[in-house]
Design a binder for this molecule. Sequence first.
Ligand code: SF4
Length: 227
Amino acid sequence: MAAPDSLTRVTAEIVNCCRCPRLVAWREQVGRERRAAFCDEDYWARPVPGLGDPQATLMVVGLAPAAHGGNRTGRVFTGDRSGDWLFGALWRAGYANQPRSVHRDDGLELSGCYVTAAVRCAPPANRPTPDERDACSPFLGREMRLLDRLKVVIVLGQFAYDAACRLVGAPRPRPRFGHLVEVPARLDSRALTIICSYHPSQQNTFTGKLTEAMFDAAFARAKALGG
Ligand code: SF4
């Protein structure tokens, strides 16, 4: 009989995955060429697994690792500006023991929360193709099922929203993506709530489209829903 699935097993499969040739080539190219500021570092240059508490009631889903963030450090949202925003918000909301995440061994611990992404390899121009999203989505589905206390999923941006909705039973027509839009969903026999949030990319945070107060409101709402 096959061994039961586990987060450890999903993680091991993710970090060894080579299913998308374009993304494999890009993640390795970025790791070879490196950014000047990080030229002394060894880039991870592999798929980046999820991170967090197996007892999580809240899951946060991003788009994909940043070329010089997660693809460099090997930990999701770690080492880039989006991560500074995300882990700052998680810390303020009581889900993280520290407000920053700079490298894999910095002591970060998440409590009640699991952070992951729709696609696990850094894509050129931050744009995975629909085929790449679909190739990677079984990993996200397995993580959702393995977090058996999961109540709330915060999706960061339209891409993560689309990826999550494809894995759960969501209303049709699907509510239009917008900040703090809530979508009731079902995963097998479990009820979940999807909360949409603008992605904390610099494109949104530098322009004021997403403020710290707006971002904090998404996590406060997740808590109120049991996430
Ligand atoms: S994006 Fe996902 S499916 Fe594609 S190679 Fe990376 S880990 Fe594998």
